[in-house]
Design a protein around this ligand. Sequence first.
Ligand code: AMP
Length: 282
Amino acid sequence: MKLFKKVSDLRYHLQGLTNAKQTIGFVPTMGALHQGHLSLVERAKAKNDYVVVSIFVNPTQFNEASDLSTYPRTPVQDINQLIRTQCDFLFYPTSDDIYPPGLDTSVDIDFGILDKVMEGEHRPGHFVGVAQVVKRLLDIVQPTRLYLGQKDFQQFTILKHMIKTLGMDIKTVRCPIVREADGLAMSSRNVRLTPAHRAAAPKIRQVLLEAREMAGTHSPAAIKAYAMQTLQTEWLRPEYIEIVDRLTLSPLEEEFDFVRSAVACAAVWAGDVRLIDNIILF
Ligand code: AMP
């Protein structure tokens, strides 16, 4: 695996591959890699001639300074894990490389309600930062395919919209959520859970599975109310449970439209760690 810190060095290498008609799969991450990230790398590896992984803890997408300062950073382990997955290129830029003074990296797109509901409502400015960094990374890497996890379902929808709106010739690939044996969705933030919160956290997945069972017989509003109530426990505090149209992210309340696909999304606090998860209901 080759490691690049400078944009110009990476560009020089990748341009040669693009000229030779090689396909490039790209996996953007914030590091502290786990099996969820690695599953994206493996998917990319299987479909493309070359795989680029980036590790950059993007300051502009954090709406809380404490979340940024406590975000886990494990560079040595990350590099070793990527070597084992046979990743070809690791891009490990500094903030100055991504946001050089004087370069306008802002993304001015109308996302409609896509960035207003759920995470957009509860994490002001988050998706502005996500769109900004991913657009910048895509301009640098110019991949054939972009690999994103369903874990961040709304992020996937927003980035797909961005790529379409900007007319970028990049295919987005949504990869399934990788979980711990007890069902907890893998996340870099999981290492910050206390033992008691870690023991309680799989309840999120259990409630989402129940939500899927209930979808045939209950209204979205009834399922949301049940899930909010069930997740409110000694160790967990649900921030929102939302049931939305899978493509438009329009919140559903009174009834399902069974012709369209629906997703249940949850954000739950376990102590001072915020966990998100989701399930496609049908
Ligand atoms: P992050 O480092 O959290 O920004 O995540 C980088 C990419 O990995 C995003 O596309 C995430 O959706 C994806 N990802 C994170 N956790 C998981 C997981 N448990 N399963 C699958 N993909 C994941």
